[in-house]
Design a protein around this ligand. Structure first.
Ligand SMILES: [Zn+2]
Length: 188
């Protein structure tokens, strides 16, 4: 599978810890940018295990930089999502298009470098340290099942906590009357 939702598990954990200093959409964009390499190579190789340039720390750094350059377009995408889903600030599905520079950097580089760390143990042909060193020192450090287990576990625990917090925050805001509803803010 070229784009895996399991990688969003660690992102949910990071979001729970860092709050507004982490952006799930920006993290998610780096996952798609890096795995586009797998999809782009498929018509020529008929092989979904193609993890080369973008699946190195150098390539991932370029993907993070590209993501930061595309921040305005990503923000427009978030606005479009909010309008089409009618997600308002405070709702669990609202995406906050206003992302601070710190949050953007943490999310882009955390997502890009984390992607390499999550893929390298189970893809023996990856060479994450190219051009500095050949080979894959991370290969075999964890099985596919272990990595997916950790990702799903983090997603379930942290995702549940986030939804509960969002629900409680919404309940408190609603209880204060309509003049306070605008104060609710989602920090996706
Ligand atoms: Zn990948």
């Amino acid at each position: 599978m070229p784009f895996t939702p399991f990688h969003m598990g660690p992102a949910l954990a990071a979001k729970a810890v860092l709050g507004r200093h982490f952006s799930l959409p920006i993290y998610g964009f780096t996952q798609v940018a890096i795995d586009s390499e797998v999809l782009a190579g498929y018509p020529f190789r008929r092989d979904l295990s193609f993890h080369r340039v973008m699946h190195t720390f150098a390539g991932a750094t370029a993907a993070a930089a590209l993501t930061l350059l595309l921040r305005p377009a990503i923000a427009r995408g978030m606005n479009l999502w909010n309008r089409s889903t009618k997600a308002t600030p405070g709702s669990p599905w609202h995406m906050e298009p206003q992302v601070s520079p710190l949050a953007a950097v943490l999310s882009a580089f955390g997502g890009a470098w984390g992607h390499v760390l999550l893929d390298a143990p189970t893809h023996s042909h990856m060479e994450p340290l190219v051009p500095i060193a050949r080979g894959n020192p991370l290969n075999g450090m964890a099985s596919q099942r272990e990595i997916i287990g950790w990702c799903v576990g983090l997603a379930v625990v942290e995702g549940s906590a986030m939804l509960a917090r969002s629900y409680l925050k919404g309940s408190r805001t609603a209880g204060k009357g309509p003049h306070c509803r605008g104060a609710a803010r989602s920090s996706r």
